[in-house]
Structures are given as structure tokens and as C-alpha cells.
Write a protein that binds this ligand. Structure first.
Ligand code: CA
Length: 526
């Protein structure tokens, strides 16, 4: 336990992550007499506000929140038979009878569409006047406040705000490198040489040329190779997004660096350095290719990918799949394009029919106070965690239960998709050693690039975007896949491709959005 705590302190220091700053204590209870507020809470882990969606039970976290605030949330979730949040939201909106609070996953789009039409209450003044902790958080993160605004300039929901820096990393079979007497590749030329050696020199030692040098689970991850030629694959934590280049909003797939990078990816694919089944193998690729001792390198999540060293220790002799630094690009630039998004389209909003907006925003604010944030992140103090020298530390019974800590928290009512600031100290405590070392390695460089969060469209911009963009993206992805598979040549086809994009409205979509008017995450994230 002590070692764990020290390690946590060390990484928090090196990653410059700190516990959230809290504005001030709030007056509790919020109301003198118990006040019931109804809630729609629909997300992946629970369709309804109760453990695993069982609304006949009350979360331990809810019980404590009731004691502290005197506000009782009462489930009134629509679409509980469906796991699809959008379907549940449509059912909810169709009733015309909204509960006091509308929460859960993927609420940003509907709330920002129907808020300006009167279905939800604007939160700007409520936050200013009654929510000092929320206000303090967003005063420190003004870009995120802008990014959650609806097209009328108002904010209609308080988001779930993820914490932590890194998401995916580059991984290589270190034991294969060792077997072939190779070093970790530090630039694009060395990366190429390593992949060729994995293909040709039998690093798995079975006498067959069966290795798959580079593979991915999500096919879009093959596009990270674009970074090696100074091109981008996306501007945010979802794929295929706009990014800011020299102060302008552009799409990565309309840049000359993309043309050159994709030409190289197509070459590598043709040479057998990239999995021939890259577009079809799917989510089992990592399990299968590592488990069968066939895959050499990938780009995937730090924590879960590091788990294979433990899972395969008895199955593949010497198995050692570890993070390595992103190789330098052709111009010497070293970036890790993938990182966590600072705010999610998940959280909660106050419906028009809520007769207690002040009490509700004070309740929302509670989850941004120090006490409320600990409850939202770690569960009930003394039950799942203890404060040890000023740090919230999970009990051994939680860390060693054999169940992932996040799954346990979901049943406690912690890490639920209410609007709250996540605390990375929650995740670090169950991140495995090999991933921790990788994170420390990545922290020795300045690798992460800015994400493009954008700002809200106005109504006209939204109309133009909805009219043109979907078919543009479809076309770009069709051409992209064809070029990688060797149908057509991206360099020869480039002028025709750009002409087609402009004919489809690419320039119209970007018109008058010379800085940050385009909110890619608004309509494109999924
Ligand atoms: Ca072999």
C-alpha cells in the first residue's frame, strides 16, 4: 500500500497532474427539507439511475449524497430496454414530459439542439450566481466552456470531464528486437528497417515467415503512421477530425503531407509490413496476433495493451510487448497524436420543467467540490477507500478483488456519467507497472499536440455543415481505403481528388472559419 501511494505521488509529480483546485466549500445541506428531483440517466453501464441499471436499488454514493445535500435523485429514465443512448433520448424527448435532470452519455448534441428551442434551461447565469466550484473549474478551462456552448452561445449541460494525459502509445515486441539484435526504432527509417526484419528474419523462431510486422485493432490506427510523414490522421480524440494548421481549420485528408504519407502507407502495405487484413480483422486483432505470437508492433491503449505481458507470460516464452517512444518523422518531429479529450458529450442538464433550478445547480456544484468530487470518483470514504496522508487510496479489497476497479465503481455509483471532474488518481492506482513505465517514458518528451475542440456553430454554419460534410467524409474514407489497398495511386489521383472535394463543398464547409469556428466534435464524434 505504501509503495503504491509513493508511486502515485511520484507520477503525479512527473506528469504535472494535480488534484483539482477547489474554489470553496459549499453550504450543506443544500436544502433544509429533503427535495426529490427526477432524473433520466442512460449510459453504457446502466440504463437507469441505480446499480447496473437496477432502479429498485440505491447507489451507496447516492445514499451519501442524500445525507450531505438533502437532495434525492429519483429515477425516471426513458428507453431502459435499449442500450442505445440516442434511442433513449429520442424516446425521452417524444414524451414531452422531461424529468428535472437529463443525464448520461451523448447528451451534448440533443441538449444543444433543443436547449435553444426551450427544452433545457441555460446554465450560464445559474453557474455564475450559484455554482462557485463549477465556475472555478471553467475559469481555468475557458476553451472547454466555449466548446460546450450551443449555437446560441449558452451552455446547457455540465459535462463529464476526463482526467489524465495519455490514451494510446506505440508498442513493440522488445523480445523480438532482442532476438534479432535490433534497437527500438527512433525514426521513420529505423522503423521501416525493424518492420522489414520482423517480416523476413523469423523473430518468433518457428522457421516460418508468418509474422505480421504492424497490426491494429481499430483500422483507423494504421493512419497514425501518417504522423511519420508530418501528416495528421485527426485533430481530436475521435478519428478523421479537422485540426488547426497555421491558424486555420483544415481537414487532414486534404493536405499534401497526407498525400505523401498515404503513398508510403500504401507501399508498406504492399510490401507486407502492415497486416493484410487491416480493414477486416477487427477488435480481436490484438488478442489473436499477440496470443499466437505473430504480431510485432501496434498503436493502442497504454493500460490494456500492457496487460498482455501478464496474460501471455505462460503462453508465449519471453513475451515482452512494451511502449516505445513515437518515432521521429521525416522532418525530425516526434509526436503522440492520440490523447484524452478534456470533455465528453456526456454529463447532465436541467430541463425546462424543473421548478428548482437554483437547488439543482447547487447540487451539480456539489460534485465539483472537493468532497463531492472524491465521492464521484472513488465512492464512499471508509467503504471503498481511505484518505492516507492526504491522498485517496483504494482499499486492498477493491484493488485485489479480481474485478476491474472501474466496474466496481460503476456499481457503487462512482464514475457514473454525471457532470463531474474525473480524478486521474482513481485510474493510476490500478494501472499496471509496464504501462506506468511507458507513461513515464512518454513524459520525458513533449509529445502531445493540441486537440481541436472548436466552438459551436451558428445555425447557418450548422446547416451548411450538415448539407455537405457527411458525403465529403464518406468520399475521403472511400478513397483512403482504396489507395491503401492499392486501387489507384494517391499521388497520381491527387489533383482529381482535391477537385472532387471542392466540387462537393469542402471549401464551403471551411469558408469564414479561418480560426476556430468549426466544431468538429459537435457533429462528428460518435
Ligand atoms: Ca516465424
Amino acid at each position: 500500500m505504501r509503495t503504491l501511494k509513493l508511486a502515485a505521488a511520484a507520477i503525479l509529480g512527473t506528469t504535472a497532474l494535480t488534484a483539482p483546485a477547489f474554489a470553496q466549500d459549499i453550504d450543506l445541506p443544500i436544502v433544509d427539507e429533503p427535495l426529490e428531483l427526477t432524473i433520466h440517466m442512460h449510459w453504457a453501464r446502466a440504463q437507469g439511475y441505480g446499480p447496473g441499471g437496477d432502479t429498485s436499488k440505491i447507489y451507496p454514493v447516492e445514499e451519501v449524497a442524500r445525507e450531505k445535500t438533502n437532495i434525492h435523485l429519483i429515477d425516471k429514465t426513458s428507453g431502459r430496454n435499449s442500450t442505445d443512448q440516442s434511442e433513449a433520448m429520442n424516446l425521452l424527448l417524444a414524451t414531452g414530459n422531461l424529468p428535472d435532470i437529463v443525464g448520461g452519455a451523448k447528451i451534448k448534441q440533443p441538449v444543444n439542439e433543443f436547449g435553444p428551442q426551450g427544452a433545457f434551461q441555460p446554465l450560464n447565469d445559474l453557474v455564475d450566481e450559484h455554482a462557485p466550484n463549477i465556475k472555478a473549474w471553467f475559469d481555468e478551462h475557458p476553451d472547454i466552456w466555449k466548446a460546450i456552448q450551443a449555437y446560441d452561445g449558452n451552455v446547457y449541460y455540465i459535462p463529464y470531464l476526463p482526467d489524465g494525459k495519455y490514451a494510446r502509445a506505440w508498442f513493440v515486441r522488445q523480445d523480438w528486437l532482442d532476438a534479432l539484435g535490433l534497437e527500438q526504432p527512433d525514426n521513420v527509417e529505423e522503423l521501416y528497417d525493424v518492420l522489414v526484419a520482423f517480416r523476413d528474419n523469423d523473430p518468433n523462431g518457428n522457421g516460418e515467415k508468418d509474422e505480421i510486422p504492424f497490426f491494429v485493432r481499430d483500422w483507423e490506427e494504421v493512419l497514425r503512421l501518417l504522423n511519420l510523414w508530418d501528416a495528421r490522421s485527426t485533430g481530436a480524440d475521435v478519428y478523421h477530425q479537422f485540426y488547426i494548421k497555421d491558424g486555420k481549420v483544415v481537414h487532414p485528408y486534404a493536405q499534401e503531407a497526407y498525400r505523401d504519407g498515404l503513398a508510403n502507407i500504401a507501399d508498406w502495405y504492399e510490401e507486407g509490413l502492415i497486416d493484410a487484413e487491416i480493414f477486416t480483422r477487427g477488435s480481436s486483432a490484438r488478442d489473436y496476433l499477440l496470443g499466437e505470437n505473430l504480431g510485432g508492433m501496434t498503436h493502442d491503449w497504454f493500460a490494456s495493451t500492457s496487460g498482455y505481458n501478464i496474460a501471455l507470460a505462460d503462453k508465449v516464452e519471453g513475451f515482452n510487448f512494451i511502449p516505445f517512444l513515437p518515432p521521429k518523422s521525416v522532418s525530425g518531429n516526434r509526436i503522440e497524436e492520440n490523447r484524452r479529450i478534456p470533455m465528453k458529450p456526456d454529463g447532465w442538464a436541467i430541463s425546462f420543467s424543473n421548478e428548482h433550478p437554483v437547488e439543482t445547480i447547487k447540487y451539480f456544484d456539489y460534485w465539483f467540490s472537493e468532497e463531492g468530487a472524491l465521492l464521484a470518483n472513488f465512492g464512499v470514504e471508509g467503504k471503498t477507500w481511505d484518505m492516507v496522508d492526504g491522498e485517496p487510496i483504494y482499499k486492498d479489497s477493491v484493488l485485489n478483488s479480481g474485478q476491474p476497479v472501474n466496474s466496481q465503481m460503476y456499481l457503487e455509483g462512482a464514475q457514473v456519467y454525471r457532470g463531474y471532474p474525473q480524478d486521474y488518481r482513481y485510474e493510476w492506482q490500478w494501472t499496471r507497472d509496464s504501462a506506468r513505465k511507458g507513461i513515464e517514458l512518454y513524459d520525458t518528451h513533449d509529445l502531445l499536440v493540441e486537440q481541436f475542440l472548436g466552438v459551436a456553430f451558428n445555425e447557418d454554419e450548422q446547416t451548411i455543415f450538415d448539407k455537405y460534410y457527411p458525403s465529403i467524409e464518406t468520399y475521403m474514407l472511400e478513397r483512403q481505403q482504396a489507395w491503401i489497398l492499392g486501387t489507384g495511386d494517391v499521388k497520381e489521383d491527387w489533383d482529381d481528388y482535391m477537385a472532387a472535394l471542392n466540387k462537393m463543398g469542402y471549401e464551403d464547409v471551411l469558408e469564414d472559419r479561418k480560426s476556430t469556428r468549426l466544431n468538429s466534435s459537435h457533429s462528428l464524434s460518435s
